[in-house]
Design a binder for this molecule. Sequence first.
Ligand code: ADP
Ligand code: TRP
Length: 366
Amino acid sequence: MLSSSLEKYADYLRELWACQSSLGKAKLIAMIKKTLLTGVKPTGMPHIGNYLGAIRPALQLSHQPQYQALLFIADYHSLTHVHRAEELRSMTYEVAASWLACGLNPDQSLFYRQSDIPEIFELSWILSCFSPKGLLNRAHAYKAKLQENQEAGRSDPDYGVNMGLFTYPLLMAADILMFSADQVPVGEDQVQHLEIARDIAQKFNNNYGPLLKVPEFLVQKDSKLVPGLDGRKMSKSYGNHIPLFLPAPKLRKLVMKIKTDSSPPEAPKDPNDSLIFSLFKEFASMEETEALAAHYRRGISWGEAKEALFQAMDKVLAEPRRHYEELMADTQTMDCLLEQGAQRARAIARPQLDELRRAIGLGAMV
Ligand code: ADP
Ligand code: TRP
């Protein structure tokens, strides 16, 4: 019984593959690959923490053959707080160039600006009609604002809250549900948003049938937080970050600023208790890591350790940095790539939206 249905399935696959039309191939790819989707909010040039904690793992996943990856720039999400046109535009380019320089392959993955896919915004409205307001009242970014206002003794609990911030999770749900994503890799801070997306999809499906795919999330629980120059979590908001594509002399200068203790150069040091070593490991080979660990145990000056870290980082980052600078000097190339990505993404979004519109009762009777 099982083997006969498997045979039928294999026949079907053969038939599809034999079909030379690109439609047949696209269908086949959609059947056998899982859709991996993630969005990046433009906040300017990423830092080493963003690279090691988010960009590198997402790109590694996107290169796995079982996935069709959609990686996009969530520029309309930034509009909730970035209200200067030039700033939004340049941050968008910086993020796009960073992903491309780090190895995003725009032929293999769909790479687009969220704002270029109008279907997402129409879906966002549809979803808003299936989202109880209370669900969004509980979203953490909104709650954090309420708390901030309360602590500041403000009489208006919603002071400084625009509707974009309040409905942020809805737009994120539309980003995901538009493309029937199977898996969404995110940092832990985004898990609540994914739960909201799942909730809304289920509510919609309960009413109209299983039209929206309920996404799974991939949280990198075991991924360590990359420490910044002062030992706290590396973050733009702490000002302790190392921008990813600093020119080499500036990178060296920042690495030399990493906080260390005052132990003498000849004192043996524990590599596992060293911020410099924990960063070094991320950029060096296994042999280089073992060699530096041995040097720590014999005794190493912090200056030498920092120099080793700078060299290891520069070796990995020199080529992507060159690529980044090239892309930033020619934003038209990026516009072109993003436009092509948007066209491919819209070719998926449009029929999906049409189906949903029909299901909810819009348009003429057929
Ligand atoms: P920042 O704290 O600098 O504002 P974001 O919150 O914009 O950074 O981070 C974007 C993504 O980068 C997050 O999803 C998170 O997974 C990752 N990330 C940020 N900082 C770090 C860090 N120090 N270590 C590991 N991953 C990080
Ligand atoms: N909200 C996410 C962040 O701040 C970015 C984002 C927007 C996203 N839409 C998404 C992530 C869809 C995953 C899927 O990091």
